[in-house]
Structures are given as structure tokens and as C-alpha cells.
Design a binder for this molecule. Structure first.
Ligand SMILES: [Zn+2]
Length: 238
């Protein structure tokens, strides 16, 4: 089984707040919250997930791209909130790089699933020449969850429940695109013997668990076992 590596890119950060809402909500904070949650969801499905920033710091676009390229990520997902001079602008849109067929397919899946989950106006998939889309070597998309400058949508973006839903929508889209089935948060827990739970969580956290965790009692192949030992060695054996 291939372990996909997905880079999640929370837009802006540090001295660059991104767009601002009418009550002062900062795009950088919303992006980070959603990105974290997407990372958790994908991780629990056995996908190796990395973030271009994990806290409120400025990371230049070129460095975001370099991280994903150097790490040979399979996919790059940039998360943003939209802004327009018109306060009535609203809805969700997802960008892919022009002429990227795979990027467009990924954008289609994420856009559809995100709109389905959060229920905002569907502005569709668009193509854009953005730096992170252009310079990443892997298929990349940029998600604009909602308009932070629109008072109604700013209010939604502030709501934890809404941003959790947005993260679920984005994750479901990625999983759909990868041909993987979305599993609820406690789905995996239900299948694991209580005594094995700590170890399973640890292995998932350390990216040693090569499965999606849904069938913890299945036998393991030699290649998986050796890959697990190899990863363990790389982590602790030096
Ligand atoms: Zn942005």
C-alpha cells in the first residue's frame, strides 16, 4: 500500500495576517486552524501529512514550495480565506494550476466535498497562476473556504464548528480523490483492543503505522513489517 505524503499549507502567518474581517478576524489564524484539523483527519487515515507552518510565523512562499518539493510530497493543499472589495462577495472556490489535469481533478473533488459539507455558495473550480501552484512539482490546489470580508461569512469562520466542518469537507475531498473511504473520528478506535490503543496512537503519530488503522487485527505482510522496522530505525536507531 502506498503511503501518500500530503503537504498542507496554511496561508500567511506572523507579520503577514492575510485578509482581515470586518471585526478584525485574521485570515492567517483561520487558515492554521483548518490546516491543523485537515492534517489530523488525513493522518488518522494513514496519510503522511506535513504542514508548511505549525504556528503563527511568517514563511515565505518560496520556502513553502521548497519544503514540499524537497520532501517529494504527492500533493500540496494551500488553505486560505477569500477577500474582495465587495462586502457581498460570498462562497467557496478552489484553484488549480492552468493545464494541470490532476490538479483540476483534485480541486474538483475538494470543491464539491467542501461545498457539500459547509453549504456556502459554490463558485466552482478556477485556474490561477499563483506562486505555490506554479512552483510546486506535485499537483497542487488552493482552497478559498469563504469570504472573510463578508460579515456573515466572517461570523461563520469564527465558529469552531464551522471550521471543523470545512476541514472535514476538504479532507473528504482529498480522500475521495485518492480513492479512500472517509471514516468518522471514533471509527478506528472502535476496532482496536483497548490495551493496544496507546501503541496504535503512538505509531500513527510517528508515521510508523502503515495502515489506515481500520483493520487492526489483519495479518501484516513482510514488506509492511520491514518498512515499519526501517522507519523505527530511522527515528530512534541512529
Ligand atoms: Zn490568503
Amino acid at each position: 500500500m502506498k503511503v501518500y505524503k500530503v503537504y498542507i499549507d496554511p496561508g500567511h502567518g506572523g507579520s503577514d495576517p492575510g485578509a482581515l474581517g470586518p471585526t478584525g478576524l485574521k485570515e492567517k489564524d483561520i487558515n492554521l486552524g483548518i490546516a491543523f484539523k485537515v492534517g489530523q483527519i488525513l493522518q488518522r487515515h494513514g496519510i503522511s501529512t506535513l504542514l508548511t507552518r505549525q504556528d503563527d510565523r511568517r514563511v515565505e512562499l518560496i520556502d513553502r514550495v521548497k519544503m514540499a518539493n524537497n520532501d517529494r510530497a504527492d500533493y500540496f493543499i494551500s488553505i486560505h480565506a477569500n477577500s474582495a472589495s465587495n462586502p457581498a462577495a460570498m462562497g467557496t472556490e478552489t484553484f488549480a494550476f492552468p493545464n494541470s489535469d490532476i490538479g483540476t481533478k483534485l480541486a474538483d473533488a475538494v470543491q464539491k466535498s467542501l461545498v457539500n459539507e459547509i453549504g456556502l455558495a459554490n463558485r466552482g473550480v478556477k485556474h490561477g497562476d499563483f506562486f505555490v501552484l506554479k512552483n510546486t512539482k506535485m499537483p497542487a490546489i488552493l482552497v478559498e473556504v469563504a469570504f472573510i470580508n463578508n460579515p456573515k461569512e466572517e461570523k461563520l469562520l469564527k465558529d469552531q464548528n464551522f471550521s471543523d466542518k470545512a476541514a472535514t469537507g476538504i479532507s473528504k475531498g482529498i480522500l475521495m480523490f485518492l480513492g479512500m473511504e472517509y471514516k468518522e473520528e471514533n471509527y478506528i478506535d472502535k476496532n482496536i483492543s483497548p490495551w493496544a490503543k496507546d501503541a496504535m496512537e503512538w505509531a500513527t503519530d510517528k508515521e510508523i503505522n502503515l495502515t489506515d488503522g481500520s483493520m487492526p487485527k489483519e495479518p501484516i505482510s513482510l514488506e509492511r513489517l520491514i518498512t515499519i522496522l526501517h522507519r523505527y530505525h530511522n527515528l530512534f536507531g541512529k
